[in-house]
Design a binder for this molecule. Sequence first.
Ligand SMILES: C[S@@+](CC[C@H](N)C(=O)[O-])C[C@H]1O[C@@H](n2cnc3c(N)ncnc32)[C@H](O)[C@@H]1O
Length: 281
Amino acid sequence: MSNRKEDATYTMGRTQAETDRLIRQSKLYSSLTRRMLKQAGLGRGMKVLDIGSGAGDVAMAAAELVGPEGQVVGVDVNGEILKTARARVRQAGWTHVEFVEGDAGTLELGNDFDALIGRFVLMYLADPTETLSQLSKRLRPGGIVAFHEIGFNPNRLPYAIDTPLADKLVDWTVGVFKQSGARGNLAYRLYGTFVDAGLPEPRLEYTALGGGEPGWPGYQYVADSVQSVLPLLEHFGIATAEEADLATLPERLRADVAATKSAIVLPMTVMAWTRLPEDGG
Ligand SMILES: C[S@@+](CC[C@H](N)C(=O)[O-])C[C@H]1O[C@@H](n2cnc3c(N)ncnc32)[C@H](O)[C@@H]1O
């Protein structure tokens, strides 16, 4: 499509550290995503399209639900990260998951999918409504659409602790997503995105993960995420490596939690899922 809008600069970067971060991130969010996929109706024997597969965690969760009699096709523009996804699937001994390099908005795929799914991807697309609308045409009647997205809105970004470090993290996160052109607000508008794409009204669930205990993986997750966006934080003049001080960031957050006796609440995520009519109309 020649008149297609350009995607945003991919905010999180494409390094091996970012791939590793995605795998660790998935450990935090996998139970929520799996629950959504189950509630949406993913089940044995289905053929599933996962867009923005990254290191493959959502595709692998779907592969478990559909079983070896089903099939999962994962798509990502980043061919490099798909090497990790393929290696993980091989290691699991699965042959019913494949990954295809390409843009979810333009890639030619089959028209016989039972489900279209994704996590933390719609916000990076040039036109999420158009992509959802086009991709849902690849579904069979009664097909499932289920997405788990994350929101970065200055007024609704919690982190909960009220400290100068938490304030900075909010400013950096909101700033870098905004300046890179990603849609930090998409999670709050996911309902409208589904409806505008011509999909039946979705069910929605908003959830924010939180923690405060010393061993909580969220401290490292915040530092990992800052590490991935650091090149853009510096590029846009939002923060420097010295200010971010990644090596001490988890410890400083832990100390803030101990001093304020408040939990850290991570950015809110939204899960939205729906089903096309059985008659295909
Ligand atoms: C934040 S990662 C999420 C990965 C995975 N869904 C997960 O939850 O672990 C977003 C992924 O979407 C991919 N992506 C961004 N724009 C895309 C597009 N237009 N088509 C396909 N993949 C895209 C990125 O390369 C990246 O791997």
